[in-house]
Design a protein around this ligand. Structure first.
Ligand code: ZN
Ligand code: ZN
Length: 172
C-alpha cells in the first residue's frame, strides 16, 4: 500500500486494514504468521514531515530457543514514527541527534506495507522463549522436559551441567 504524500489531505488519513505478508519476509527464519497483521494507522502531514502513528496486532509462531518447540507470540505493537523527505537524508550528519532516529521516504511516497512489516520485525525477542522458565531439553534423555516430562535422576551436580547445556543451546 503506497501513499502519495502530495495527495494527502490536510486532515490526514486513517487506515484500518489487514496486511498479508509472506513468512519469508520475517527476519526470524522459522517464524510463521498465524493470522494477517491488523493495522490501525493515522497519517498526518506537517509540511514535508509525515507523522505516522498506529497499532499492529497479529499472532506469530516462533521456535523456542531452549526447547525447540513452536509457541505463539501475540504481537500488539504501538508505533509513533516521523518520516522526512529523502533530500534531508543527505544532510543527516548535520541533523540533531534526535533526528537521527527519524526515517525517510522516497519519491514523495510512503510505503505503508513496508513500514508495517518493519514494525512487526522489530517486535521479535532476541532469544525467543516459550516461557521465561522453560526448562529446555533434558541433557540426559534429550526429551522436551516441559512437554514430555522426563524421569532422569538429575543429581545436584548434574544441575550445573543442565544449565550449561541450556546456555549452549541458547547461544548457538
Ligand atoms: Zn521452550
Ligand atoms: Zn531426561
Amino acid at each position: 500500500m503506497i501513499i502519495d504524500i502530495d495527495r494527502l489531505s490536510p486532515e490526514g488519513l486513517e487506515i484500518e486494514r489487514d496486511f498479508e505478508f509472506f513468512n519469508s519476509e520475517l527476519v526470524e527464519e522459522e517464524a510463521v504468521f498465524l493470522e494477517p497483521a491488523h493495522a490501525e494507522v493515522t497519517l498526518r502531514r506537517t509540511g514535508d514531515e509525515i507523522l505516522l502513528k498506529g497499532r499492529i496486532k497479529t499472532k506469530i509462531s516462533l521456535i523456542c530457543c531452549r526447547c525447540l518447540s513452536p509457541f505463539e507470540l501475540p504481537v500488539d505493537s504501538h508505533f509513533d514514527l516521523v518520516y522526512l523527505p529523502e533530500e534531508l537524508e543527505e544532510e543527516k550528519e548535520q541533523l540533531e541527534t534526535e533526528d537521527l532516529l527519524k526515517n525517510f521516504y522516497y519519491n514523495r511516497r510512503v510505503n505503508l506495507r513496508k513500514i508495517i512489516l518493519e514494525q512487526v520485525n522489530l517486535t521479535f525477542p532476541a532469544r525467543p522463549l516459550c516461557s521465561e522458565d522453560c526448562p529446555g531439553i533434558c541433557p540426559v534423555c534429550g526429551k522436551n522436559i516441559k512437554e514430555e516430562g522426563c524421569s532422569c535422576d538429575l543429581k545436584k551436580d548434574d544441575h550445573r551441567f543442565k544449565k550449561l547445556k541450556i546456555y549452549l543451546k541458547d547461544n548457538r
